[in-house]
Design a protein around this ligand. Sequence first.
Ligand code: SF4
Length: 323
Amino acid sequence: MEEKILEVKDLSVSFDGGVQAVSGVSFDLRRGECFALVGESGCGKSTTARAILRLIRAPGRITGGRILFEDEELLGLSEGEMGKVRGRNIGMIFQNPLDSLNPVYTVGSQVSEGLMVDKMEKAQAWKLAADTFRDVKIPDAEERVRSFPHEISGGMRQRVMIGMMLCRHPKLLIADEPTTALDVTIQAGIIELMNDLRHKYDTAVLMITHDFGIVADMADRVGVMYAGQIVELGDVFTIFDHPLHPYTKLLMKALPVITKKEGRLETIPGTVPDLSKPIQGCRFADRCPDACDRCHQVSPAMTQVTPGHLCACHLVKGGEAHV
Ligand code: SF4
């Protein structure tokens, strides 16, 4: 089994007013692996991803847990030391590339800037930027490096961002809903590109998404998040074929089926609980069709059902308990 490159242990993040956005999240990521965090909007996926790079801005703060990258505690690094980890060792792609690219610089100069931070000569960095554009399948690479962000399409901008991150050969790439703002056909091309490049460079990927299609295309393992906690975790085949947590099962039922000709799409009734108030018992209890009295009083612990498959539900009988 590949070595662990990232270990997130019992991570908690809260915002002003006591909103507990992430509560006791634990998972790990191995070299070259793709781990997907899935769940509804507001369940804490993106906050978890940003916490890894220590990009939580006030009034938010990391209130507990550990984040180990190659056995080094990231929460113990100074801001200067953390700056060397960002981009070089851990890259991040955000949902809207236009927010990440500077409108007054050409895309080529923005890619080469990162390489020059790594002490590369300007001419060499510019050449590598053009090579990178070819790597991410941008046509007319020599021309496109001279384009400004507004002169290229959304799909091309996201390819620029992927190239910008991967040309520095990070060991881990965090992709936060990287295709949400793109058309479906462009999405497919971006996912294919990310898959090709992660295998080529043996880069581990933490994929943040609400789209199970992307999970099926890319992920090796999956963590299902609900209301700031991971409620089920396992390899992608187990989660798709034998989901155990009622929330995961309902998410699967809500997926559109192309062969189903009539009827309405399934939805999950109710809303995510208010995370600014203390929650007693299971966080999913108010929406769960299987909830019983105990569910409203006692929070279920994460337990291992089979090796590598963990679930937090009173109805699922597991073996050893995990944090
Ligand atoms: Fe549903 Fe109870 Fe399981 Fe929570 S612990 S998911 S409420 S059955």
